[in-house]
Design a protein around this ligand. Structure first.
Ligand code: MN
Length: 137
């Protein structure tokens, strides 16, 4: 089983890395490169999970998550912030804003899919298991 994951990220190399890793483990990815496009994609596609950058053109990550959590159609979708913010208090700021969790940039390739899977229902997690993970690492 796998999930449909929307990635909202304006940095192309970061987007490509996340797509590559998620697809390598069987997830389907959808891409949006600014906040407004991401919001539209979220409402139209209703993905299983959303990964959202904070600094985005047109509408930043805080604006995106606020609108998603205000909308009954999208409020149940987990939204994970991916951010380079490293200041004390960011954790609370992100969770208060409505994010369900966050991952710090730069993302760690070996951990990223497992970090995302943790926010998915068991049936939607990637097909990876511990043994194949180590065998392919
Ligand atoms: Mn950005």
């Amino acid at each position: 089983m796998s999930a449909r994951i929307l990635i909202i990220e304006d940095n192309l190399s970061s987007m490509e890395l996340m797509r590559y890793l998620l697809q390598a483990f069987g997830h389907t990815t959808l891409a949006a490169f600014d906040g407004r496009q991401g919001l539209l994609a979220a409402r139209y596609e209703l993905p299983d999970l959303i990964i959202c950058d904070i600094h985005l053109p047109k509408l930043d990550g805080f604006g995106v998550v606020r609108k998603l959590k205000d909308d009954p159609c999208t409020q149940v979708v987990p939204v994970i912030a991916v951010t380079a913010y490293a200041m004390v208090g960011d954790r609370d700021k992100l969770l208060d804003a409505g994010f369900d969790g966050y991952i710090c940039k730069p993302i760690e390739s070996e951990l990223f899919v497992a970090q995302i899977d943790a926010f998915l229902p068991r049936a939607r997690r990637s097909v990876r298991c511990a043994t194949t993970w180590h065998a392919t690492a």
